[in-house]
Design a protein around this ligand. Sequence first.
Ligand code: SF4
Length: 340
Amino acid sequence: MSIAWLSKKLNNGKILCQACAHACKLDEGEYGICGVRKVEDGELKLLVYGLAAAVNVDPVEKKPMYHFLPNSTVFSMGTVGCNFSCKFCQNFDISQYPKEHHPQIVGKELPPEQIVRLALEQECKSIAYTYNEPIVFFEYTYDTAKLAHKKGLKNIYVTSGFETNKALDLLEPYIDGMNIDIKAFTDEFYKEICGARLKPVLECVKYAYEKGIWIEITTLLIPGKNDSDEEIRNIARFIASVDVSIPWHISAFHPTYKMLDVPTTPASTLLKAYNIGKEEGLKYLYVGNIDDEDHQSTYCPKCNKRVIDRQGYIGQYVTNELDENGICPYCGYAIEGVWN
Ligand code: SF4
Protein backbone atom coordinates (compact mmCIF):
# COMPACT_ATOMS: atom_id res chain seq x y z
CA MET A 1 0.00 0.00 0.00
CA SER A 2 1.16 3.50 -0.72
CA ILE A 3 -0.14 7.07 -0.79
CA ALA A 4 -2.22 7.73 -3.91
CA TRP A 5 -0.68 11.18 -4.22
CA LEU A 6 -2.51 12.07 -7.43
CA SER A 7 -5.31 13.45 -5.25
CA LYS A 8 -6.31 16.59 -3.40
CA LYS A 9 -7.83 17.36 0.00
CA LEU A 10 -11.03 19.39 -0.38
CA ASN A 11 -12.35 22.06 2.02
CA ASN A 12 -15.30 19.86 2.99
CA GLY A 13 -12.94 17.17 4.35
CA LYS A 14 -13.35 14.82 1.37
CA ILE A 15 -10.47 13.74 -0.84
CA LEU A 16 -10.70 14.20 -4.62
CA CYS A 17 -8.95 11.53 -6.67
CA GLN A 18 -7.35 13.22 -9.68
CA ALA A 19 -6.38 10.11 -11.62
CA CYS A 20 -9.45 9.58 -13.82
CA ALA A 21 -12.50 11.37 -15.14
CA HIS A 22 -14.80 9.80 -12.55
CA ALA A 23 -13.28 12.35 -10.14
CA CYS A 24 -14.34 10.41 -7.03
CA LYS A 25 -14.75 12.56 -3.92
CA LEU A 26 -14.26 10.26 -0.97
CA ASP A 27 -14.82 10.36 2.80
CA GLU A 28 -12.78 8.42 5.33
CA GLY A 29 -13.13 4.68 4.70
CA GLU A 30 -14.65 5.08 1.22
CA TYR A 31 -13.38 3.35 -1.92
CA GLY A 32 -13.26 4.87 -5.41
CA ILE A 33 -15.29 3.35 -8.24
CA CYS A 34 -12.17 1.37 -9.25
CA GLY A 35 -12.13 -0.40 -5.88
CA VAL A 36 -8.37 0.02 -5.35
CA ARG A 37 -8.11 3.61 -4.12
CA LYS A 38 -9.41 4.20 -0.60
CA VAL A 39 -9.26 6.91 2.04
CA GLU A 40 -7.52 5.65 5.20
CA ASP A 41 -6.26 7.81 8.06
CA GLY A 42 -7.13 10.97 6.16
CA GLU A 43 -5.16 10.07 3.00
CA LEU A 44 -6.00 8.45 -0.30
CA LYS A 45 -4.18 5.12 -0.50
CA LEU A 46 -3.40 2.88 -3.46
CA LEU A 47 -4.22 -0.60 -2.23
CA VAL A 48 -2.47 -2.38 -5.12
CA TYR A 49 0.88 -0.57 -5.04
CA GLY A 50 3.56 -3.20 -5.69
CA LEU A 51 0.98 -5.98 -6.09
CA ALA A 52 0.82 -7.44 -9.60
CA ALA A 53 -2.13 -9.67 -10.49
CA ALA A 54 -0.94 -10.59 -14.00
CA VAL A 55 2.55 -10.65 -15.52
CA ASN A 56 3.67 -11.90 -18.94
CA VAL A 57 6.28 -11.36 -21.61
CA ASP A 58 4.35 -10.66 -24.82
CA PRO A 59 5.08 -9.66 -28.40
CA VAL A 60 4.42 -5.90 -28.55
CA GLU A 61 1.99 -6.65 -31.39
CA LYS A 62 -0.33 -8.24 -28.81
CA LYS A 63 -0.99 -4.91 -27.01
CA PRO A 64 -1.79 -4.11 -29.92
CA MET A 65 1.02 -1.71 -30.90
CA TYR A 66 2.01 -2.05 -34.56
CA HIS A 67 4.09 1.11 -35.01
CA PHE A 68 6.11 0.74 -31.82
CA LEU A 69 9.38 -1.24 -31.81
CA PRO A 70 7.95 -4.00 -34.07
CA ASN A 71 9.02 -7.57 -33.42
CA SER A 72 10.16 -6.76 -29.86
CA THR A 73 8.94 -8.21 -26.60
CA VAL A 74 7.23 -6.21 -23.90
CA PHE A 75 7.09 -6.98 -20.19
CA SER A 76 3.37 -6.73 -19.45
CA MET A 77 1.83 -6.32 -16.03
CA GLY A 78 -1.44 -5.36 -14.40
CA THR A 79 -3.15 -5.34 -11.00
CA VAL A 80 -6.72 -5.95 -9.89
CA GLY A 81 -9.28 -3.15 -10.25
CA CYS A 82 -10.77 -1.00 -12.97
CA ASN A 83 -12.64 2.28 -13.31
CA PHE A 84 -14.83 0.74 -16.06
CA SER A 85 -17.16 -2.24 -15.76
CA CYS A 86 -17.39 -3.39 -19.39
CA LYS A 87 -19.78 -6.29 -19.85
CA PHE A 88 -17.45 -7.71 -22.51
CA CYS A 89 -14.21 -7.49 -20.49
CA GLN A 90 -11.73 -10.23 -21.42
CA ASN A 91 -9.89 -9.81 -18.11
CA PHE A 92 -12.91 -9.48 -15.82
CA ASP A 93 -11.39 -11.93 -13.31
CA ILE A 94 -8.79 -9.31 -12.36
CA SER A 95 -10.39 -6.05 -13.49
CA GLN A 96 -13.63 -6.59 -11.56
CA TYR A 97 -12.10 -8.54 -8.68
CA PRO A 98 -12.26 -5.77 -6.04
CA LYS A 99 -15.92 -5.11 -6.82
CA GLU A 100 -16.89 -8.78 -6.87
CA HIS A 101 -14.85 -9.81 -3.79
CA HIS A 102 -15.06 -6.60 -1.77
CA PRO A 103 -13.00 -5.83 0.36
CA GLN A 104 -10.44 -8.42 -0.75
CA ILE A 105 -7.42 -7.28 -2.77
CA VAL A 106 -5.02 -9.80 -4.31
CA GLY A 107 -1.67 -9.71 -6.09
CA LYS A 108 1.89 -10.95 -5.97
CA GLU A 109 4.50 -8.63 -4.52
CA LEU A 110 6.35 -7.04 -7.40
CA PRO A 111 7.93 -3.67 -6.61
CA PRO A 112 8.94 -1.32 -9.46
CA GLU A 113 12.65 -2.23 -9.18
CA GLN A 114 11.82 -5.90 -9.71
CA ILE A 115 9.61 -5.23 -12.73
CA VAL A 116 12.43 -3.32 -14.38
CA ARG A 117 14.99 -5.98 -13.47
CA LEU A 118 12.80 -8.78 -14.87
CA ALA A 119 12.09 -6.82 -18.06
CA LEU A 120 15.83 -6.38 -18.64
CA GLU A 121 16.56 -10.03 -17.83
CA GLN A 122 13.93 -11.13 -20.35
CA GLU A 123 15.44 -8.79 -22.97
CA CYS A 124 12.28 -6.78 -23.33
CA LYS A 125 12.44 -3.36 -24.97
CA SER A 126 9.51 -1.93 -23.08
CA ILE A 127 7.09 -2.34 -20.18
CA ALA A 128 3.32 -2.30 -20.73
CA TYR A 129 0.83 -1.37 -18.03
CA THR A 130 -2.08 -3.44 -19.26
CA TYR A 131 -4.65 -6.20 -18.52
CA ASN A 132 -6.62 -3.88 -16.21
CA GLU A 133 -6.83 -0.09 -16.47
CA PRO A 134 -3.41 1.38 -15.56
CA ILE A 135 -4.67 4.79 -14.49
CA VAL A 136 -6.24 3.23 -11.37
CA PHE A 137 -2.74 2.20 -10.23
CA PHE A 138 -1.16 5.41 -11.48
CA GLU A 139 1.47 5.82 -8.73
CA TYR A 140 2.74 2.26 -9.24
CA THR A 141 3.04 2.84 -13.01
CA TYR A 142 4.66 6.24 -12.50
CA ASP A 143 7.45 4.93 -10.26
CA THR A 144 8.05 1.92 -12.51
CA ALA A 145 8.04 3.93 -15.74
CA LYS A 146 10.47 6.48 -14.34
CA LEU A 147 12.89 3.75 -13.31
CA ALA A 148 12.41 1.94 -16.63
CA HIS A 149 13.43 5.06 -18.56
CA LYS A 150 16.62 5.33 -16.52
CA LYS A 151 17.48 1.80 -17.65
CA GLY A 152 16.71 2.45 -21.32
CA LEU A 153 13.28 0.77 -21.46
CA LYS A 154 10.22 2.37 -23.02
CA ASN A 155 6.75 2.40 -21.45
CA ILE A 156 3.30 1.69 -22.85
CA TYR A 157 -0.13 2.41 -21.37
CA VAL A 158 -2.93 0.17 -22.64
CA THR A 159 -5.93 2.16 -21.52
CA SER A 160 -9.61 3.00 -21.86
CA GLY A 161 -8.65 6.68 -22.09
CA PHE A 162 -10.22 8.08 -18.94
CA GLU A 163 -7.02 9.80 -17.74
CA THR A 164 -7.30 13.36 -16.47
CA ASN A 165 -5.15 16.05 -18.09
CA LYS A 166 -3.24 16.27 -14.82
CA ALA A 167 -2.41 12.55 -14.99
CA LEU A 168 -1.29 12.89 -18.62
CA ASP A 169 0.89 15.89 -17.74
CA LEU A 170 2.66 13.72 -15.17
CA LEU A 171 2.91 10.68 -17.46
CA GLU A 172 4.16 12.55 -20.52
CA PRO A 173 7.91 12.36 -19.74
CA TYR A 174 7.81 8.60 -19.12
CA ILE A 175 5.05 7.05 -21.23
CA ASP A 176 6.21 6.60 -24.83
CA GLY A 177 3.15 4.94 -26.29
CA MET A 178 -0.52 4.50 -25.53
CA ASN A 179 -3.07 2.17 -26.99
CA ILE A 180 -6.38 3.85 -26.24
CA ASP A 181 -9.74 2.16 -26.70
CA ILE A 182 -12.52 4.06 -28.37
CA LYS A 183 -15.11 1.48 -27.46
CA ALA A 184 -18.02 3.10 -29.28
CA PHE A 185 -19.21 6.54 -30.34
CA THR A 186 -22.33 6.93 -28.21
CA ASP A 187 -22.65 7.95 -24.60
CA GLU A 188 -25.36 5.27 -24.16
CA PHE A 189 -22.88 2.51 -24.95
CA TYR A 190 -20.33 3.92 -22.53
CA LYS A 191 -22.95 4.38 -19.79
CA GLU A 192 -24.89 1.15 -20.14
CA ILE A 193 -22.17 -1.28 -21.13
CA CYS A 194 -19.03 0.22 -19.56
CA GLY A 195 -20.14 2.37 -16.62
CA ALA A 196 -18.35 5.39 -18.10
CA ARG A 197 -18.79 8.29 -20.56
CA LEU A 198 -17.63 8.99 -24.12
CA LYS A 199 -16.54 12.64 -23.92
CA PRO A 200 -13.60 12.24 -21.50
CA VAL A 201 -12.22 9.48 -23.73
CA LEU A 202 -12.20 11.71 -26.81
CA GLU A 203 -10.62 14.50 -24.78
CA CYS A 204 -7.95 12.12 -23.50
CA VAL A 205 -7.07 11.01 -27.04
CA LYS A 206 -6.69 14.64 -28.15
CA TYR A 207 -4.68 15.67 -25.11
CA ALA A 208 -2.33 12.66 -25.20
CA TYR A 209 -1.76 13.39 -28.90
CA GLU A 210 -0.99 17.05 -28.15
CA LYS A 211 1.50 15.92 -25.51
CA GLY A 212 3.38 14.06 -28.23
CA ILE A 213 2.75 10.56 -26.86
CA TRP A 214 2.58 7.97 -29.67
CA ILE A 215 -1.03 6.78 -29.87
CA GLU A 216 -2.75 3.81 -31.46
CA ILE A 217 -6.52 3.33 -31.16
CA THR A 218 -8.44 0.09 -30.70
CA THR A 219 -12.14 -0.54 -31.23
CA LEU A 220 -13.72 -3.90 -30.49
CA LEU A 221 -16.69 -4.20 -32.83
CA ILE A 222 -19.61 -5.94 -31.10
CA PRO A 223 -22.46 -7.17 -33.32
CA GLY A 224 -25.57 -5.01 -32.90
CA LYS A 225 -23.96 -2.77 -30.26
CA ASN A 226 -21.45 -0.48 -31.99
CA ASP A 227 -21.04 -1.80 -35.52
CA SER A 228 -23.41 0.32 -37.61
CA ASP A 229 -21.86 2.05 -40.64
CA GLU A 230 -22.67 5.42 -39.10
CA GLU A 231 -21.00 4.70 -35.77
CA ILE A 232 -17.91 3.20 -37.40
CA ARG A 233 -17.65 6.25 -39.67
CA ASN A 234 -17.96 8.60 -36.70
CA ILE A 235 -15.06 6.89 -34.93
CA ALA A 236 -12.93 6.96 -38.10
CA ARG A 237 -13.76 10.65 -38.65
CA PHE A 238 -12.82 11.50 -35.09
CA ILE A 239 -9.44 9.74 -35.38
CA ALA A 240 -8.80 11.43 -38.73
CA SER A 241 -9.65 14.81 -37.18
CA VAL A 242 -6.83 14.28 -34.67
CA ASP A 243 -4.32 12.83 -37.17
CA VAL A 244 -4.75 10.49 -40.14
CA SER A 245 -1.45 8.83 -39.15
CA ILE A 246 -2.89 7.33 -35.95
CA PRO A 247 -3.18 3.56 -36.46
CA TRP A 248 -6.67 2.14 -35.89
CA HIS A 249 -7.03 -1.48 -34.74
CA ILE A 250 -10.47 -2.88 -35.50
CA SER A 251 -10.91 -6.04 -33.45
CA ALA A 252 -13.31 -8.96 -33.41
CA PHE A 253 -15.45 -9.55 -30.32
CA HIS A 254 -15.79 -13.06 -28.88
CA PRO A 255 -18.59 -13.87 -26.40
CA THR A 256 -17.36 -13.44 -22.84
CA TYR A 257 -18.27 -12.35 -19.26
CA LYS A 258 -21.74 -10.73 -19.29
CA MET A 259 -22.12 -10.80 -23.08
CA LEU A 260 -22.25 -14.51 -23.75
CA ASP A 261 -25.45 -14.12 -25.77
CA VAL A 262 -23.85 -11.90 -28.44
CA PRO A 263 -22.25 -13.64 -31.45
CA THR A 264 -18.63 -13.34 -32.59
CA THR A 265 -17.95 -10.44 -34.97
CA PRO A 266 -17.94 -11.69 -38.58
CA ALA A 267 -14.84 -10.96 -40.65
CA SER A 268 -17.07 -9.02 -43.08
CA THR A 269 -17.80 -6.41 -40.37
CA LEU A 270 -14.08 -5.91 -39.72
CA LEU A 271 -13.44 -5.46 -43.43
CA LYS A 272 -16.35 -3.04 -43.70
CA ALA A 273 -14.78 -0.92 -40.94
CA TYR A 274 -11.35 -1.21 -42.57
CA ASN A 275 -12.79 0.21 -45.80
CA ILE A 276 -14.69 2.98 -44.01
CA GLY A 277 -11.45 3.95 -42.26
CA LYS A 278 -9.74 4.13 -45.67
CA GLU A 279 -12.56 6.28 -47.06
CA GLU A 280 -12.10 8.68 -44.15
CA GLY A 281 -8.42 9.05 -44.99
CA LEU A 282 -6.79 6.97 -42.24
CA LYS A 283 -3.38 5.76 -43.34
CA TYR A 284 -2.96 2.74 -41.09
CA LEU A 285 -5.79 0.28 -40.53
CA TYR A 286 -5.57 -3.13 -38.96
CA VAL A 287 -8.03 -5.90 -38.25
CA GLY A 288 -7.47 -7.76 -34.97
CA ASN A 289 -8.32 -11.05 -33.22
CA ILE A 290 -8.33 -12.71 -36.63
CA ASP A 291 -5.58 -14.10 -38.86
CA ASP A 292 -5.67 -11.91 -41.98
CA GLU A 293 -2.21 -11.07 -43.29
CA ASP A 294 -3.45 -8.65 -45.94
CA HIS A 295 -5.32 -6.51 -43.41
CA GLN A 296 -2.78 -6.81 -40.56
CA SER A 297 0.21 -5.64 -42.54
CA THR A 298 1.50 -2.10 -42.91
CA TYR A 299 1.52 -0.46 -46.36
CA CYS A 300 3.52 2.63 -47.20
CA PRO A 301 1.01 5.49 -47.67
CA LYS A 302 3.13 6.94 -50.48
CA CYS A 303 4.12 3.97 -52.69
CA ASN A 304 1.60 1.45 -51.30
CA LYS A 305 4.23 -1.31 -50.91
CA ARG A 306 3.85 -3.73 -48.00
CA VAL A 307 6.59 -2.66 -45.59
CA ILE A 308 5.73 -4.63 -42.45
CA ASP A 309 4.22 -8.04 -43.04
CA ARG A 310 2.30 -9.55 -40.12
CA GLN A 311 0.80 -12.99 -39.78
CA GLY A 312 -0.89 -14.89 -36.98
CA TYR A 313 -3.90 -14.25 -34.79
CA ILE A 314 -2.27 -11.22 -33.13
CA GLY A 315 0.02 -10.33 -36.03
CA GLN A 316 2.99 -11.68 -34.07
CA TYR A 317 4.95 -13.12 -37.01
CA VAL A 318 6.60 -9.99 -38.30
CA THR A 319 8.78 -9.24 -41.30
CA ASN A 320 9.84 -5.62 -41.04
CA GLU A 321 11.44 -3.97 -44.06
CA LEU A 322 11.66 -0.49 -42.53
CA ASP A 323 15.01 0.78 -41.35
CA GLU A 324 15.67 1.79 -37.74
CA ASN A 325 14.05 5.18 -38.41
CA GLY A 326 10.89 3.78 -39.98
CA ILE A 327 11.88 4.73 -43.54
CA CYS A 328 10.21 2.92 -46.46
CA PRO A 329 12.97 1.11 -48.43
CA TYR A 330 11.06 1.60 -51.71
CA CYS A 331 10.31 5.34 -51.71
CA GLY A 332 11.92 6.88 -48.63
CA TYR A 333 8.65 7.85 -46.91
CA ALA A 334 8.96 8.12 -43.11
CA ILE A 335 6.28 5.84 -41.65
CA GLU A 336 4.94 7.41 -38.45
CA GLY A 337 5.70 5.56 -35.23
CA VAL A 338 8.33 4.77 -32.59
CA TRP A 339 11.03 2.69 -34.26
CA ASN A 340 14.08 2.90 -32.02
S1 SF4 B 1 -8.98 6.23 -10.36
FE1 SF4 B 1 -10.53 5.21 -9.05
S2 SF4 B 1 -10.74 6.54 -7.25
FE2 SF4 B 1 -9.67 7.72 -8.84
S3 SF4 B 1 -11.29 8.89 -9.87
FE3 SF4 B 1 -10.96 7.01 -11.04
S4 SF4 B 1 -12.43 5.52 -10.22
FE4 SF4 B 1 -12.31 7.20 -8.74
